[in-house]
Design a protein around this ligand. Structure first.
Ligand code: MRU
Length: 393
């Protein structure tokens, strides 16, 4: 049931509806990563390199398998990378025949952190794992603890996404205001369930709005060079029956000018306590266009994405620079398999920064698992006091 105008009433009605809307592939519920039901020494993932053309599940048996899967983007998205790193440490320990000491744990964490530098969730999860495992009494207990801690991180990220969805839903409901037209939401890259465990970050509110009967339509930035928007976001929205339209990365500004976008919701790979948002390259340009057109720009992110040591402006973020081949070439489906074509000659000089920074002044608010918070230090630290490294100051 949808009742207009009073957001609080609307929200309490929504809470009675059918949540959680677990994400499905052809009617079967899937999360993005899990331990093999019949073999505890195997971690399984959806290999995202084949989407949207094929649905492939990959077995990971060693820490090296996990490292490669993260580095080469068989899986990607900040919360998912964090969980994969944690399960990678679990797999590493299952391959040892003695207990790993604190230095060994640090070495494993450092090695896995090296797979991708920008999403802070990877380092966050691995540090949590190393801390939890230091006090194990023996090898078996350490493996048990590793499995338990990794699965706790997974469960926490799933719940974070669900809560982000319920808070973000209020914003979409408020924007809809009981009118008949769909709420027009623009998003960049993929911050859906494929980037997380279930639900997503930026897309969780969209799923919950749709499941609550609020009409939504999503403008999906294609997100060159790897096209996570066109290949992943459009696919997962379509699986859920949500209307969406893929646009070229440069079209969003014009759509905003034409009032064809009501709100922008993006994810984040690292955010500062000052409210700055590091996200897939191209996000900043959308934030600028949204600001210029008076359109709200939200970053949906779990607290594992807030980096307490990041400085104001977030310019100290290590921005991943990826292989120039991704820029020179385009990947697609040909002759029954994924193939690449050259867009430009191989000897053309290119650069491939993977992320950019949207400064706090362009960010309307964060949508987090604890609620919606203005993008400034006072409000963020009030909501997340554990991110305050200088509580006395
Ligand atoms: O390079 P990717 O695909 O791992 O980039 C991460 C992202 O998908 C986005 O930047 C996303 O918006 C944040 S992760 C939910």
């Amino acid at each position: 049931v949808y009742i207009a105008s009073d957001k609080i009433i609307i929200f309490s009605l929504y809470k009675k509806s059918v949540f959680p809307p677990q994400m499905k592939v052809k009617d079967q519920h899937f999360e993005t990563i899990w331990i093999h039901p019949a073999d505890p020494y195997v971690v399984q993932i959806i290999d995202q390199r084949y989407l949207p053309f094929r649905f492939v599940v990959e077995d990971l048996r060693t820490m090296e398998d996990v490292f490669r899967a993260i580095r080469d983007m068989h899986l990607r998205g900040a919360p998912l990378i964090g969980v994969a790193g944690a399960l990678g440490m679990y797999l590493a320990l299952t391959g040892w025949d003695a207990m790993a000491g604190p230095d060994d744990l640090k070495r494993i964490a450092t090695m896995l952190k090296g797979a991708r530098p920008t999403a802070v969730n990877l380092a966050w999860a691995l540090d949590r794992m190393a801390d939890a495992l230091t006090d194990a009494g023996n090898h078996e207990e350490q493996i048990r603890l590793a499995r338990e801690t990794a699965l706790n991180i997974l469960a926490m990220e799933r719940e974070n996404s669900r809560l982000i969805g319920t808070y973000g839903l209020q914003l979409i409901a408020g924007m809809h205001g009981g009118h008949h037209e769909p709420v027009q939401i623009l998003t960049h890259c993929n911050a859906g369930w494929l980037a997380c465990i279930d639900y997503g970050t930026a897309l969780a509110p969209v799923y919950m709005a749709h499941d609550s009967g609020i009409p939504v339509h999503v403008w999906v930035d294609e997100t060159r060079p790897r096209n996570q928007g066109a290949r992943l976001t459009a696919w997962e929205l379509k699986q859920h029956g949500i209307p969406c339209t893929v646009i070229t990365d440069n079209a969003g500004g014009y759509l905003m000018m034409r009032r064809m976008v009501d709100m922008v919701i993006v994810g984040s790979d690292r955010a500062s306590v000052y409210g700055d948002v590091v996200n897939k390259v191209g996000t900043y340009l959308k934030a600028l266009a949204a600001h210029d057109n008076g359109i709200p720009f939200y970053a949906a992110l779990p607290s594992s994405t807030i980096d307490p040591v990041l400085g104001e402006g977030a310019m100290d973020t290590v921005i991943e620079e990826r292989d120039g081949r991704e820029v020179r070439n385009a990947e697609g489906w040909m002759n029954g398999q994924i193939g690449e074509v050259n867009l430009i000659p191989e000897d053309t000089q290119v650069s491939n920064y993977g992320f950019d920074i949207s400064p706090a002044r362009l960010v309307t608010a964060f949508i987090t698992e604890r609620g919606i918070v203005q993008a400034n230090k006072t409000d963020i630290l009030n909501l997340f006091p554990e991110k305050n490294l200088n509580p006395g100051v």
